[in-house]
Design a protein around this ligand. Structure first.
Ligand code: ADP
Ligand code: MG
Length: 449
């Protein structure tokens, strides 16, 4: 039932009630009909809610045909009535049209919905995610909210959900008494709208009264429902005021969320906003090594390196590729080679193909550092040229699958030992010079996109 038809339906119900009253008489109306609430219309079924079985049974046996007749006189086409019984403390009969129930809330508090693999221990840290990771650790080890809310954002498959589950696990570990609720934004909005719609239901505030940590995943889905944003804004503030730790994730920063009021956008960014950047080669390799270890399978380093070079989209795809290789090698019973990996992953590799070649790297590096291509592939030893050349060699090694001798050849026929030296030199610089490594990262990204 959409929001619009919901409002309309409530109006129809309100008008119908006065007709029903005229028809059944003041006394009967007060005793039976006035206690009913409308939940919706499902095809030919008019769905009502009654506070007790007694009222339900009486309404059904004595007034249903009259209610149907009057509702249909307002243009409804219902044939039958179903009445659910709902009261504040217990839900006697539960279906999807009841208000928010305690059972609903229990579901999101149940640790069985948390993925056992999504722990901090299994999270591989690298430059792109170290800030988000540090924030997540801090939140889960703080007695009271350190920053509120924590807003995690980043592209799909980069570990947002993993970090949220890890926060939940770690919170339980450090503070076994804390109550943590994790739910998707869609579920959250569903509960929220339900609680607005049903005055009998547990109020939203009440629902979260006993919660210490509330996590809402993928809040980009919250946008659009104007009527509820206002309520949501106030509820959000109240939760924060009551020291509830709120953790949100999205695929965009708060200010980029579509269909969200400016006021709410800005409110969501008040705490700590931590973004997870696209993966780097080092992180991808680290993740592959860690997962391979979990599988207790020996996968040759060069195959892992190959995957880390080739699959740059996100960690989920990287895992998918590794799973396939593991499945293959278990079935076939022998070690995987790059050729086998290439064959097994044909389709994945095609979509990740970015066509990074020695040539495209050289041109990009020249453009970036203002060096002439002819100098880059010459033997000139001018410092600026030498550094650019070493960077280009390093990038060829890390972003393509070309061999060292091939790369040497691509630089005017240099020896492979020159390439090894260049790679080592740049790795040292990355490790010791923050500005340099940030610069290189930008260059790397611009090559990949
Ligand atoms: P998102 O919620 O951002 O779309 P997920 O948290 O679902 O992404 O991550 C996708 C998959 O990648 C999960 O299986 C997760 O365990 C894995 N993953 C993502 N980042 C990492 C990481 N840094 N270390 C280990 N696994 C990761
Ligand atoms: Mg997710």
């Amino acid at each position: 039932m959409s929001d619009v038809s919901d409002v309309k339906l409530k109006q129809v119900w309100a008008e119908a009630l006065s007709d029903i009253k005229a028809s059944v008489g003041e006394g009967s109306f007060k005793t039976w009909i006035s206690k009913l609430d409308i939940a919706g219309i499902d095809d030919i079924v008019l769905k009502l809610i009654a506070p007790s079985n007694f009222i339900r049974d009486n309404v059904l046996s004595r007034f249903s045909s009259e209610i149907i007749r009057i509702m249909n006189s307002y243009g409804c086409q219902v044939r039958t009535i179903s009445i659910d019984v709902y009261n504040k403390n217990t839900t006697v009969k539960n279906d999807s049209n009841d208000g928010v129930t305690k059972a609903d809330m229990k579901e999101y508090q149940d640790i069985s919905i948390l993925d056992k693999r999504f722990t901090f221990k299994n999270f591989v840290i690298g430059k792109p995610n170290e800030f988000a990771y540090a924030a997540a650790i801090r939140i889960s080890e703080s007695e009271v909210p350190a920053f509120n809310p924590l807003f995690l954002y980043g592209g799909v498959g980069l570990g947002k959900t993993h970090l949220m589950h890890a926060i939940a696990w770690n919170t339980y570990h450090h503070f076994p008494k804390k109550k943590v609720i994790y739910l998707s934004a869609e579920k959250f909005m569903y509960l929220f709208i339900k609680s607005l719609r049903f005055k009998n239901a547990i109020s939203f505030k009440e629902m979260f009264r006993t919660v210490d940590v509330l996590m809402i995943d993928d809040v980009q889905f919250i946008g659009g429902k104007d009527t509820t944003q206002e309520e949501f804004f106030h509820t959000f503030n109240e939760l924060v005021d009551n020291n509830k730790q709120i953790i949100l994730s999205a695929d965009k920063s708060p200010s980029d969320l579509d269909g969200v009021e400016d006021r709410l956008k800005s409110r969501l960014g008040w705490g700590l906003v931590a973004d997870i950047h696209p993966t780097t080669y080092e992180l991808r390799l680290g993740i592959l090594q860690s997962k391979a270890k979990q599988f207790k399978l020996i996968i040759p380093d060069n195959v892992l390196e190959f995957l880390a070079v080739k699959i740059t989209s996100n960690v989920r795809e990287l895992e998918g590729a590794l799973n396939r290789i593991v499945a293959h090698s278990t079935l076939v019973g022998r070690h995987v080679t790059i050729d086998v990996a290439q064959e097994v992953l044909k389709d994945i590799l095609r979509t990740n193909e970015k066509l990074i070649t020695i040539d495209s790297i050289q041109r990009k590096v020249c453009e970036y550092y203002g060096v002439k291509l002819s100098d880059l592939i010459s033997s000139r030893r001018h410092k600026a040229v030498t550094t650019a050349r070493q960077i280009a060699m390093y990038l060829c090694k890390s972003l393509t699958t070309r061999s060292l001798p091939d790369i040497g050849k691509g630089f005017g026929g240099k020896d492979h030992s020159t390439v090894i030296h260049a790679v080592k030199k740049i790795k040292d610089l990355i490790a010791n010079d923050k500005a340099f490594s940030a610069d290189l990262e930008i260059l790397e990204k611009s090559l990949q996109n």
